[in-house]
Design a protein around this ligand. Sequence first.
Ligand code: FE2
Length: 443
Amino acid sequence: MDLRVVALMAVVLLAFFSGIVAASRPGGELYIRPKPRKTLWLPWRPRHSSDPQQVHISLSGENHIRVSWMTYDGSSLPIVDYGIAPGVYSSSSSFGETTSYSYLLYDSGKIHHVVIGPLKPDTVYYYRCGGRGREFHFKTPPARFPITFAVVGDLGQTGWTATTLDHIGQSEYDVLLLPGDLSYADYMQHLWDSFGELVEPYASSRPWMVTEGNHEKESILLFKSGFQAYNARWRMPYEESGSPSNLFYSFELSGVHVVMLGSYTDYDVSSDQYAWLKADLAKVDRVKTPWLLVLLHAPWYNSNYAHQGEGNRMMAAMEQLLYAAGVDLVLAGHVHAYERSERVYNGVLNNCGAVHITVGDGGNREGLAERFCQPKPEWSVYREASFGHGELKIMNQTHALWTWHRNDDDETVKSDEVWINSLASSACFASRMPDLRKILMAP
Ligand SMILES: [Fe+2]
């Protein structure tokens, strides 16, 4: 039998059993989730093979945007025309790359990534991809505060996903942050395509900055290394931030330094990711970027039974670096519920530690993680198993407003709200700065 057919059969079995694995919790006890909504099936829309599809944008260095899209013929041009008036393209760029990949019996289309800019802040740009087809538009982030981030993890492509995206689309956000688990394709590559189509109205109009979750891995022992589809489709600015891998990187905008970490690539003290993180945090200038955020997939502070303790090893390796750098917020996914902590470090309350927030509640097909551990840990402030999304509005150098919006059926309800003061403006940060810097600067 053809090796690719054997591998495909193995993948089908893996995908079938992955739901069972995801529905069990430590100790082997069956974890019962509430009813998820059905996976969406997008209507087939016939298009010319050169027409751009699955268009999305991301930040790519200061004042630049990377435009990504797919076409299904070999002759389409990797070029983006753009300007500040509809239909008037005063600039164009072909700076970028075109790639593709094969995964078992699936062959992707041509995946184009083109960087445009420099662009003006807080400005609407109109653009088209490949010199033809539909016109899109996006707004660039502001140069300075206030800036608003939409934050959602474990998105998937179900009826709940559509509701969450609708709520996000109604908000006034500048950049979307996604801490892993995007499409839930789980080896079925055409589901990456349908996910790209589903999110295109949102991801083509605001920068989407993502990091990977376990559902992006899609590795097959001795046959496929991990993250092939994710890396080809969701190209992030890793080279721009000195990272050797698309699986971890950082970016800066509007007074905020954002670090995107990888929960499923090496993170111990001898790893590339650890060395890069330490160097990246040491370079952060808190005068230029008073706010410091970190995103990762598997939460370090989680009082839900689901995925309990899965972030512990990464936390043991890296939490001290984040503490030394004065990270304000750590945003995670993976657990299909919402949870917000007090400022915490090393398992106990600490005014100089980070606030940890889990928002793995975007709407995936696996449903919610309803059961929380009792008693509630001292560091846990608010926890609830509902679908929804978060918004972080950073008002100025010192104050930010975090809100969590529950999907109450198809309505959005602001259910958690807290003002957060930046650590850079705090007394604890200023007094401990020399000692903290020693940790980051040590060889
Ligand atoms: Fe996950």
